[in-house]
Design a protein around this ligand. Structure first.
Ligand code: DGL
Length: 261
């Protein structure tokens, strides 16, 4: 199994932010990435629908021979990872909002979190938040509308900036000193966020931690690729591949293909 690919899925292009971290840490691994853009945003769907979409993506990756599945989507992780772990035999890596490091580092004891409705209303998010953010004021904000804008390649558009301004205002009024990006699409908003946030507000996400955890689990299971040749990368989108390509412009040699799934 060592030379089998790592499977990664997201509701769309956002999980490429996680793919980039994984590829940087594990350059010899082959990867297959699924952008389920046709069904984005997951964050506005009912938990059962998110589980069903996660099953569809997982089965495709397992059929492609993936040795591990990275759920590069906070919404799918918080709603579906328990089900996936119980029902499939491959290891799963999930992503959850980085509430814990934000809470530990916050001096103002006030942190903001921007995530989807599906993530913020999940019980997994609530238990993580209760366990790791005791004594911390957590200002939750649903990033409604942001994923569809990013899916259209409008991450720097004035309408995106306007939405973000509205979402950040209550957080800034409350005195946050950390903003947690609880959706894998949102790292692509960092240039605009940096324009809108004062310098003292740190932006954190979980991308690097997910890559480290992927490496740790592969190593523990004896599944790391022992090759010393750069891995191949295949990206599938069930929508317009040009948008996915634009998020991968700095990635040389990646195959970006259309697939109905
Ligand atoms: N990238 C997904 C996440 O991390 C976006 C969810 C959505 O499609 O709404 O939550």
């Amino acid at each position: 199994m060592n030379d089998h690919p790592i499977g990664i899925f997201d509701s769309g292009v956002g999980g490429t932010s996680i793919w980039k971290e994984i590829n940087a840490l594990l350059p010899y691994e082959d990867t297959i990435y699924l952008a389920d853009s046709k069904n984005a945003p997951y964050g506005e769907k009912a938990p059962e629908a998110i589980v069903a979409l996660s099953i569809k993506n997982t089965e495709l990756l397992i059929n492609e021979g993936c040795k591990i599945v990275v759920v590069a989507c906070n919404t799918a992780t918080t709603n579906a990872i328990d089900y996936l772990r119980k029902n499939y035999n491959v290891p799963f890596i999930g992503i959850e909002p980085a509430i814990k490091p934000a809470a530990l580092r916050s001096r103002s004891k006030t942190v903001g979190i921007l995530a989807t409705k599906g993530t913020l209303s999940s019980s997994l998010f609530h238990s993580t938040s209760e366990n790791h953010a005791q004594g911390i004021k957590v200002i939750e904000q649903v990033g409604k509308g942001l994923v569809p804008l990013i899916e259209q390649g409008k991450e720097n558009a004035p309408e995106t900036e306007e939405l973000l301004k509205n979402y950040l205002t209550p957080m800034l009024e409350a005195g946050i000193d950390h903003l947690v990006l609880g959706c894998t699409h949102y790292p692509y908003l960092v240039p605009v966020l940096r324009k809108l946030l004062p310098e003292n507000v740190k932006i954190i996400d979980s991308g690097e931690a997910v890559a480290r955890q992927t490496k740790f689990v592969l190593d523990r299971k004896g599944l790391l690729n022992t090759s010393k040749v750069a891995g191949s990368a295949r990206f599938y989108s069930n929508m317009d591949t040009s948008i996915l390509k634009s998020f991968l412009k700095e990635v040389g040699g990646a195959e970006v293909l259309h697939l109905n799934f």
